[in-house]
Design a protein around this ligand. Structure first.
Ligand SMILES: Nc1nc2c(c(=O)[nH]1)N[C@H]1C(S)=C(S)[C@@H](COP(=O)(O)O)O[C@H]1N2
Ligand SMILES: [Mo]
Length: 238
């Protein structure tokens, strides 16, 4: 059976095929039945309705052309130190209130569809830069773990001790990426290698570098973010 899917809509089936992560229970082995072949949505347990509605609710932010990139303007802004992470040892954990918690290697992640965008990064400290980020949409990772309907927030843990929390709607915005490329090159350690958040809808301090763990939760904890816990605004939307 071959399923033709609309180009920009990745079903979980396609994601699972691409990632090689398919749980036996999720894929129809061999796909013997033609009954469902025109109705991809019915093959699998649906994502929760809240999440499905969110996926449809976003307005994309206009992007810049590649010629507008300002390579020298993105300043390295790190509160403490730069973790040196061996990409071969790296595992991204995605867990919390989900049916299918996972750990991904960089190889797993790089098999998933690459999205590239040229956006403006804005730091509250008074500088901005037009940057091209390449990576995987966070919504695709969220879909893989199958969030429960209770999920409203996402926590990001970083290797330097930084931590952040986002509202789920911003996290599954189509231009919120887990980026592993900057301006067409592999991300440098200073900019957050192997993986960082990148999004045109949040201020710079929401965009965690060196992310090692993504946890989906129903409530905010007393700790909300490295800067937020020192008085910065939590939503930090642009
Ligand atoms: N883990 C971690 N992520 C972080 C920070 C940090 O200190 N540690 N700084 C934040 C701030 S304030 C900004 S503006 C951007 C800067 O990203 P850059 O250093 O790649 O320019 O990273 C954000 N993400
Ligand atoms: Mo920042």
């Amino acid at each position: 059976m071959s399923l033709i899917l609309p180009e920009r809509t990745l079903s979980r089936r396609r994601l699972l095929q691409l990632s090689g992560l398919s749980g036996a229970g999720l894929l129809l082995g061999g796909c013997g039945s033609n009954l469902f072949s025109n109705n991809v949505g019915q093959i699998f347990e649906p994502l929760n309705q809240t999440f499905e509605a969110l996926l449809l609710s976003h307005k994309p932010v206009p992007e810049f052309s590649v010629s507008a990139i300002e390579p020298e303007k993105l300043l390295v802004n790190t509160f403490d130190f730069t973790p040196q992470i061996d990409p071969a040892q790296f595992r991204l954990i995605i867990d919390g209130e989900v049916s299918n918690p996972i750990q991904l290697t960089m190889a797993d992640i790089q098999k998933l569809p690459l999205t590239s965008m040229v956006i403006r990064h804005i730091c509250v400290e008074g500088w901005a830069a037009i940057v091209q980020w390449g990576g995987i949409r966070l919504r695709d990772l969220v879909a893989l773990v199958r969030p429960k309907s209770s999920v409203r927030y996402v926590y990001f843990k970083s290797a330097d001790g930084y931590y952040e929390s986002w509202d789920i709607a911003s996290a599954v915005h189509p231009q919120t990426l887990m980026a592993y490329q900057k301006n067409g090159q592999p991300l440098s350690a200073d900019n957050g290698a192997p993986m960082r958040l990148a999004s045109p809808i949040k201020l710079g301090y929401k965009q965690s570098k060196w992310v090692t763990q993504i946890t989906l939760v129903s409530n905010l904890l007393p700790t909300q973010g490295y800067w937020e816990d020192q008085g910065y605004e939590w939503f930090a939307g642009l």
